[in-house]
Design a protein around this ligand. Sequence first.
Ligand code: HEC
Length: 186
Amino acid sequence: MKKFIAATLALTAFHALANDAALIEETKKTALAIPPKLLQMVQEEINKGSHDGAIAACNDKAPKMAAAASQNTGWAIRRVSLKNRNPKAVPDAWEQAVLEDFDRRRAAGESPANMEKAEIVTEGDKRTLRYMKALPTQALCLNCHGTEDKIDAKVKARLTELYPNDKATGYSEGQIRGALTVKRPL
Ligand code: HEC
């Protein structure tokens, strides 16, 4: 009997783990579809030579895409950064710790390209799946997030107008600009 109970408990734990892993996979799949779409949108505007269009893609369309994805899924999806441009893009405690860990991992030589973190956190009786995907600074990003010499004067002026407390400049290629973050209630 004891053996049977132990086996049942082990199986239940195994099923719970397998279920959690499936939930994490599903969350990742949905979240990872977003950054490439955004990147493509910004790239198209830049190719057209439209600074305003590219800024609008980041300023208007990016938050809208995250809001639409949040609405479709019922999860909270947004972007955050340790040096945020949008005053609302401030990480919470869990996100801040993960962003700091991403920076440490990068400093230790890990490529930021596929850097991510998934965890199921429990607060009281609430379980939440938390997922973050690092967004590395690419050459294209320097147009709006790079050092002073990389940002066109017109772009700089528009960014200052839109974000008087902008902290999101001075980056170089390969640094982690921020992350996509998902909070999925379970
Ligand atoms: C054309 C200008 C422009 C380019 C190019 C650009 N961004 Fe941004 N970025 C912005 C603007 C504007 C915001 C603020 C958006 C908002 O109000 O939510 C922003 C916000 C962000 C945020 C959200 C956190 C924050 O600081 O507010 C992340 C993360 C980010 N950008 C990453 C990137 C990455 C990675 C690239 C390159 C792949 C990139 N950006 C390219 C203009 C740009």
